[in-house]
Design a protein around this ligand. Sequence first.
Ligand code: MN
Length: 205
Amino acid sequence: MAFELPDLPYEYDALEPHIDEQTMRIHHDKHHAGYTRKLNNALEGHDDLQQHSIEELLAGIDTLPADVRTPVRQNGGGFYNHRLFWDTMSPDGGGEPNGDLGDAIEDQFGSFEAFQDEFKSAATGQFGSGWGWLVAHPSGALSVTSTPNQDNPLMEEDTPILGVDVWEHAYYLNYQNERGTYVDEWWNVVDWDAVGDNFEHIVAA
Ligand code: MN
Protein backbone atom coordinates (compact mmCIF):
# COMPACT_ATOMS: atom_id res chain seq x y z
CA MET A 1 0.00 0.00 0.00
CA ALA A 2 1.92 3.01 -1.27
CA PHE A 3 1.56 6.56 -0.02
CA GLU A 4 -0.09 8.82 -2.57
CA LEU A 5 0.64 12.43 -3.40
CA PRO A 6 -2.53 14.31 -2.46
CA ASP A 7 -3.96 16.82 -4.91
CA LEU A 8 -3.80 20.44 -3.84
CA PRO A 9 -7.17 21.37 -2.31
CA TYR A 10 -7.27 24.49 -4.55
CA GLU A 11 -5.87 25.71 -7.87
CA TYR A 12 -2.14 26.41 -8.21
CA ASP A 13 -2.78 30.14 -8.52
CA ALA A 14 -5.41 30.30 -5.76
CA LEU A 15 -3.06 31.69 -3.12
CA GLU A 16 -1.83 34.59 -5.23
CA PRO A 17 -0.62 37.24 -4.69
CA HIS A 18 0.74 35.86 -1.42
CA ILE A 19 2.14 32.63 -2.87
CA ASP A 20 2.65 32.60 -6.63
CA GLU A 21 1.48 29.94 -9.08
CA GLN A 22 4.92 28.86 -10.26
CA THR A 23 6.13 28.30 -6.70
CA MET A 24 3.03 26.22 -5.96
CA ARG A 25 3.46 24.13 -9.12
CA ILE A 26 7.11 23.32 -8.46
CA HIS A 27 6.55 22.89 -4.75
CA HIS A 28 3.68 20.41 -5.11
CA ASP A 29 4.45 18.66 -8.42
CA LYS A 30 8.21 18.34 -7.93
CA HIS A 31 9.15 18.66 -4.26
CA HIS A 32 6.14 17.02 -2.60
CA ALA A 33 5.95 14.42 -5.37
CA GLY A 34 9.64 13.65 -4.86
CA TYR A 35 9.28 13.13 -1.10
CA THR A 36 6.30 10.84 -1.73
CA ARG A 37 8.15 8.76 -4.35
CA LYS A 38 11.27 8.42 -2.21
CA LEU A 39 9.22 7.49 0.85
CA ASN A 40 7.62 4.67 -1.11
CA ASN A 41 11.01 3.59 -2.44
CA ALA A 42 12.38 3.48 1.10
CA LEU A 43 9.51 1.25 2.27
CA GLU A 44 9.78 -1.17 -0.63
CA GLY A 45 10.21 -4.68 0.73
CA HIS A 46 9.18 -3.59 4.25
CA ASP A 47 5.62 -4.94 4.17
CA ASP A 48 5.26 -4.56 7.94
CA LEU A 49 6.09 -0.85 7.86
CA GLN A 50 3.71 -0.23 4.95
CA GLN A 51 0.81 -1.16 7.25
CA HIS A 52 1.43 1.92 9.38
CA SER A 53 0.13 5.45 8.94
CA ILE A 54 2.65 8.19 8.24
CA GLU A 55 1.95 9.58 11.72
CA GLU A 56 2.85 6.21 13.28
CA LEU A 57 6.04 5.92 11.23
CA LEU A 58 7.24 9.39 12.21
CA ALA A 59 6.30 9.07 15.89
CA GLY A 60 8.28 5.83 15.99
CA ILE A 61 11.15 7.07 13.85
CA ASP A 62 13.83 6.02 16.37
CA THR A 63 12.54 2.44 16.40
CA LEU A 64 12.64 1.93 12.62
CA PRO A 65 15.26 -0.39 11.11
CA ALA A 66 18.53 1.44 10.55
CA ASP A 67 18.41 1.11 6.76
CA VAL A 68 15.09 2.97 6.45
CA ARG A 69 15.30 5.36 9.40
CA THR A 70 16.99 8.25 7.60
CA PRO A 71 15.04 8.05 4.30
CA VAL A 72 11.74 7.83 6.21
CA ARG A 73 12.75 10.74 8.44
CA GLN A 74 13.57 12.88 5.42
CA ASN A 75 10.95 11.80 2.90
CA GLY A 76 8.21 10.68 5.27
CA GLY A 77 8.68 13.99 7.04
CA GLY A 78 8.45 15.78 3.69
CA PHE A 79 5.33 13.81 2.74
CA TYR A 80 3.54 14.62 6.00
CA ASN A 81 4.72 18.23 6.39
CA HIS A 82 3.61 19.34 2.94
CA ARG A 83 0.22 17.68 3.25
CA LEU A 84 -0.37 19.61 6.49
CA PHE A 85 0.93 22.78 4.81
CA TRP A 86 -1.51 22.55 1.86
CA ASP A 87 -4.42 21.63 4.11
CA THR A 88 -3.94 24.61 6.41
CA MET A 89 -3.91 27.22 3.64
CA SER A 90 -6.86 28.55 1.67
CA PRO A 91 -7.64 31.38 -0.73
CA ASP A 92 -10.28 32.32 1.87
CA GLY A 93 -7.73 32.26 4.69
CA GLY A 94 -6.27 34.96 6.86
CA GLY A 95 -7.80 36.85 9.74
CA GLU A 96 -7.76 35.41 13.22
CA PRO A 97 -8.86 32.11 14.75
CA ASN A 98 -12.01 32.09 16.81
CA GLY A 99 -13.69 29.49 18.99
CA ASP A 100 -11.66 27.23 21.26
CA LEU A 101 -8.43 27.71 19.30
CA GLY A 102 -8.76 31.50 19.43
CA ASP A 103 -9.30 31.28 23.20
CA ALA A 104 -6.35 28.91 23.63
CA ILE A 105 -4.03 31.21 21.68
CA GLU A 106 -5.07 34.17 23.78
CA ASP A 107 -4.61 32.19 27.01
CA GLN A 108 -1.21 30.85 25.98
CA PHE A 109 0.39 33.84 24.30
CA GLY A 110 -1.59 36.82 25.65
CA SER A 111 -2.92 37.86 22.25
CA PHE A 112 -3.05 36.75 18.65
CA GLU A 113 -0.45 39.40 17.76
CA ALA A 114 1.91 38.10 20.45
CA PHE A 115 1.46 34.59 19.08
CA GLN A 116 2.24 35.80 15.55
CA ASP A 117 5.43 37.49 16.79
CA GLU A 118 6.62 34.35 18.54
CA PHE A 119 5.73 32.12 15.59
CA LYS A 120 7.45 34.40 13.09
CA SER A 121 10.58 34.54 15.26
CA ALA A 122 10.70 30.74 15.39
CA ALA A 123 10.15 30.41 11.63
CA THR A 124 12.57 33.11 10.52
CA GLY A 125 15.13 32.11 13.16
CA GLN A 126 15.36 28.51 11.94
CA PHE A 127 18.88 28.33 10.51
CA GLY A 128 18.86 26.91 7.01
CA SER A 129 15.97 24.82 5.74
CA GLY A 130 13.14 23.80 8.02
CA TRP A 131 9.70 24.54 9.37
CA GLY A 132 7.98 26.73 11.95
CA TRP A 133 5.21 25.03 13.94
CA LEU A 134 2.25 25.55 16.20
CA VAL A 135 1.95 22.47 18.39
CA ALA A 136 -1.12 21.43 20.38
CA HIS A 137 -1.03 19.21 23.44
CA PRO A 138 -3.97 17.02 24.51
CA SER A 139 -4.43 19.30 27.55
CA GLY A 140 -5.22 22.14 25.17
CA ALA A 141 -1.88 23.86 25.79
CA LEU A 142 -0.09 25.28 22.76
CA SER A 143 3.55 25.87 21.93
CA VAL A 144 5.60 27.30 19.09
CA THR A 145 8.69 25.58 17.80
CA SER A 146 10.82 25.04 14.72
CA THR A 147 12.64 22.06 13.26
CA PRO A 148 15.43 21.64 10.70
CA ASN A 149 15.10 19.89 7.33
CA GLN A 150 11.90 17.79 7.12
CA ASP A 151 11.80 16.96 10.82
CA ASN A 152 8.56 17.71 12.64
CA PRO A 153 7.06 17.65 16.14
CA LEU A 154 5.66 14.11 15.69
CA MET A 155 9.23 12.88 16.05
CA GLU A 156 9.24 14.41 19.56
CA GLU A 157 5.84 12.95 20.51
CA ASP A 158 4.05 16.24 19.85
CA THR A 159 1.45 17.07 17.21
CA PRO A 160 1.62 20.08 14.90
CA ILE A 161 -1.64 21.79 13.95
CA LEU A 162 -0.05 24.44 11.71
CA GLY A 163 3.29 24.67 9.96
CA VAL A 164 5.07 27.07 7.65
CA ASP A 165 7.66 25.78 5.21
CA VAL A 166 10.75 27.99 5.37
CA TRP A 167 12.86 26.08 2.86
CA GLU A 168 13.96 28.52 0.17
CA HIS A 169 11.99 26.49 -2.40
CA ALA A 170 8.83 27.70 -0.61
CA TYR A 171 9.45 31.40 -1.26
CA TYR A 172 12.61 32.20 -3.21
CA LEU A 173 11.00 32.84 -6.63
CA ASN A 174 8.76 35.57 -5.25
CA TYR A 175 10.55 36.80 -2.14
CA GLN A 176 14.23 35.87 -2.77
CA ASN A 177 16.04 36.13 0.57
CA GLU A 178 13.15 37.88 2.36
CA ARG A 179 11.92 35.04 4.55
CA GLY A 180 10.24 37.43 6.98
CA THR A 181 8.21 39.07 4.23
CA TYR A 182 7.10 35.65 3.02
CA VAL A 183 5.90 34.74 6.53
CA ASP A 184 4.09 38.09 6.83
CA GLU A 185 2.29 37.37 3.54
CA TRP A 186 1.62 33.76 4.42
CA TRP A 187 -0.65 34.80 7.31
CA ASN A 188 -3.10 35.99 4.65
CA VAL A 189 -3.71 32.43 3.46
CA VAL A 190 -3.72 30.54 6.78
CA ASP A 191 -6.98 28.59 7.01
CA TRP A 192 -7.86 29.04 10.68
CA ASP A 193 -10.94 26.84 10.34
CA ALA A 194 -8.70 23.94 9.30
CA VAL A 195 -6.21 24.69 12.08
CA GLY A 196 -9.10 24.86 14.55
CA ASP A 197 -10.30 21.44 13.36
CA ASN A 198 -6.80 20.04 13.94
CA PHE A 199 -6.83 21.53 17.44
CA GLU A 200 -10.24 20.07 18.30
CA HIS A 201 -9.11 16.67 17.07
CA ILE A 202 -6.13 16.61 19.44
CA VAL A 203 -7.91 17.99 22.47
CA ALA A 204 -10.83 15.58 21.98
CA ALA A 205 -8.58 12.54 21.46
MN1 MN B 1 8.67 22.45 0.86
